[in-house]
Design a protein around this ligand. Structure first.
Ligand SMILES: [Zn+2]
Length: 285
């Protein structure tokens, strides 16, 4: 059973929204954070989910349960293993600080290994979830896009780091830290990509999708500065190492890493505004 309608509440305004009539853009622009369960007295908050094949529905925020006996209480979004897993693993939102620290250490570690041995191996298998329930109770999983809950004890969840060519099927839909070399950047009107591989069937791309654009408007509008940095480095035959944290999504063309904020990536260890600064310095010389 999926939730098909939600109640939009904002001040005095209150209206019913049908999931099937909603688009992601509209959701992020107008409704995010203000959608609730339609049952009387139920205070559960809902978020909008859109999947391939025009499948649209609302999902309950993990931090806001339905009242006892609410008709929307039992939600079978995913069957079997995934559903069971959800009950054991709490999804914790990542803070900017944690993301910045993680990207910094990933870059440092990668750079060191790359210089020492010429080989790359940063995946940490020991922290992966093993498929038995006892181990699942221990771990918290990282979450972005405000879809998790806030960390209660201030502890941030562990983020698994992988090279772009070592992403596994099991990483699909999860938050990962990915390291790769920049091939090029593609900027469109309402989204953009940093390609980590040449265009082919199994391409790996950092995706700045609608969620990124809506929530990081200024940064997205200035993304051509990032593109000019990439072009500048390429022109000087320099490598660009990209570290990013986002949601892994298997798509027809390969794998997308979907970012939710501008703090979510670095190029050669430089953060977004450091790259902007670098390009400004270059111009003034
Ligand atoms: Zn409810």
């Amino acid at each position: 059973m999926k939730i098909n309608k939600a109640l939009y509440k904002n001040g005095n305004i209150s209206k019913e929204i049908q999931a099937i009539k909603l688009t992601k853009n509209e959701y992020y622009k107008n409704y995010r954070g203000n959608l609730f369960c339609t049952e009387e007295k139920c205070k559960a908050k809902l978020s909008f989910v859109e999947r391939k094949g025009n499948i649209k529905f609302f999902r309950t925020f993990p931090s806001t349960p339905h009242i006892n006996g609410c008709l929307n209480e039992v939600i079978y979004e995913e069957i079997g293993e995934k559903l069971r897993e959800k009950q054991f693993v709490s999804k914790i939102n990542l803070s900017n600080k944690h993301i910045i620290n993680k990207l910094e250490s990933a870059f440092t570690r990668f750079n060191k290994k790359d210089n020492e041995t010429g080989t790359i191996n940063v995946s940490d298998g020991s922290k992966k979830y093993i498929n038995n329930n006892s181990s699942k109770t221990k771990g918290n999983e990282a979450e972005l896009f405000d879809e998790g809950t806030e960390s209660k004890d201030g502890k941030e969840p562990y983020i698994i780091t992988r090279m772009y060519n070592e992403i596994e099927k099991d990483d699909d839909t999860r938050i990962r830290c990915i390291i790769g070399y920049v091939h090029n950047m593609q900027l469109m009107d309402k989204h953009g990509y940093i390609n980590l591989t040449p265009k082919k069937v199994d391409s790996v791309k950092v995706h700045f999708a609608e969620y990124f654009v809506v929530n990081n408007e200024t940064e997205f509008n200035n993304m051509k500065i990032i593109e000019s940095y990439i072009k500048h480095m390429k022109l000087n035959k320099k490598q660009i190492i990209c570290c990013c944290i986002g949601r892994i999504k298997y798509v027809e063309s390969g794998i997308n890493i979907i970012l939710d904020r501008y703090q979510g990536f670095t190029l050669n260890g430089l953060k977004y505004y450091e790259i902007v600064g670098y390009m400004n310095d270059l111009k003034s010389k």
